[in-house]
Design a protein around this ligand. Structure first.
Ligand SMILES: [Zn+2]
Length: 150
């Protein structure tokens, strides 16, 4: 889904931080572009629902939010490093992980439009036709200036 007009990254992230403070430490960075922020919001909401159902809401924590191989990764783990989720909870969390990965593989990381993962000079990124064109042109032009522009 494309971003709404007037979308503001800082406001959106601040809201997520306050709504999901139970599992989202202030030190965790949103190390992805704006097009994926809604997928992160969905993931945090669904994860909290499941964790709450299993009585784990205060025992799990978001460790990292990042892109890997062109897909969005949101790592949510037990707070205690060597603890692991009970089987049923682990399966439900794995289901959420898959939904996030699959959705991000069809969502432009920059703008949220329909997209696919491409290889840009050895680096994988999920981009819509417009943004993949811009990225390819930026690489062809010697990687000068801003990659993405309107
Ligand atoms: Zn795009």
């Amino acid at each position: 889904m494309p971003l709404p007009d007037g979308f503001d990254r800082e406001t959106f992230i601040a809201r997520l931080r306050s709504e999901h403070a139970r599992i989202l430490p202030p030190t965790v960075e949103f190390a992805v572009e704006n097009g994926w922020l809604q997928l992160i919001a969905d993931r945090l909401r669904d994860a909290e629902t499941i964790l709450e159902k299993h009585g784990w809401i205060y025992h799990a924590v978001v460790r990292q939010i990042k892109e890997k191989f062109g897909e969005l990764r949101v790592y949510i783990r037990p707070r205690v490093e060597d603890e692991s989720y009970p089987d049923e909870l682990a399966q439900e969390m794995e289901g959420l992980r898959r939904v996030t990965a699959d959705s991000s593989a069809h969502t432009c990381e920059i703008c949220g439009d329909d997209a696919e993962i491409g290889n840009f000079g050895g680096y994988y990124q999920c981009l819509c036709p417009k943004h993949s064109e811009q990225r390819a042109a930026w690489i062809a032009g010697g990687r000068k200036g801003d990659v993405f522009h309107d």
